[in-house]
Ligand binder design. Structure first.
Ligand SMILES: O=P(O)(O)OC[C@H]1O[C@H](OP(=O)(O)OP(=O)(O)O)[C@H](O)[C@@H]1O
Length: 183
């Protein structure tokens, strides 16, 4: 196993919120606190798709805003935000939206990208921390295609989805959820 994968596993935690809680909560704060992980994550995610020659990275709000720019910098391309509807601020220009199917928490948020940021010459890499149902990635692909651009795939730190979704959305990851299974 590569050193980065080992370090991601060592610094990840499941948090038990107590007897009232029905599930463990993932805690990735150790990743952002570790200088070696911060330095290695962008190049590692970029390396999953370098041959696809992405021209831009897109990531969903909010954890994607940490990871996407790291991967974009490693690829030498720019970044465009995937906004979630309902944020407490206005976007004062046209945004192209798509609604997600129910995600891993049963939510169906709209995801949107500022329309002027992508065009037909763009090959777009979606980057995220964790993909479960793939609903948010799929909605971003819909927006990307509506804007005339081409999604080349999704680079994730953790993939937790079934084989069909992985193949359909072209998901590649540094870890699978089995690597982070609670004890
Ligand atoms: O595969 P899916 O079922 O679509 O779920 C995966 C998405 O959910 C998580 O983000 P979340 O919406 O919890 O936001 P966060 O980044 O603010 O934690 C994760 O960061 C992905 O974006």
């Amino acid at each position: 196993m590569p050193d980065l994968a080992k370090r991601l596993i060592e610094t990840f935690r499941w948090i038990d919120l107590g007897p009232e809680s029905t599930h463990l909560v993932s805690d990735m704060s150790g990743w952002w606190r570790d200088p070696e992980i911060i330095a290695a994550l962008g190049p590692a995610l970029a390396g999953l798709f370098r041959p696809a020659r992405p021209t831009v990275v897109v990531s969903p709000e909010v954890t994607g805003y940490l990871l996407g720019p790291l991967a974009a910098a490693a690829l030498g391309v720019g970044f465009a935000a995937g906004h979630k509807e309902g944020a407490d601020r206005q976007i004062a220009e046209p945004v192209t939206w798509a609604r997600t199917a129910p995600d891993y928490r049963g939510r169906t948020p709209g995801l949107g990208i500022r329309s002027r940021l992508l065009g037909p010459t763009d090959r777009v890499l979606v980057v995220d921390d964790w993909v479960t149902t793939g609903a948010q990635v799929r909605a971003l692909y819909e927006v990307i295609q509506t804007l005339g651009a081409t999604p080349v795939g999704c680079a994730a730190v953790v993939a937790d989805c079934d084989r069909e979704v992985t193949a359909e959305l072209g998901i590649r990851s540094l870890l699978t959820s089995d690597d982070l299974a609670p004890d």
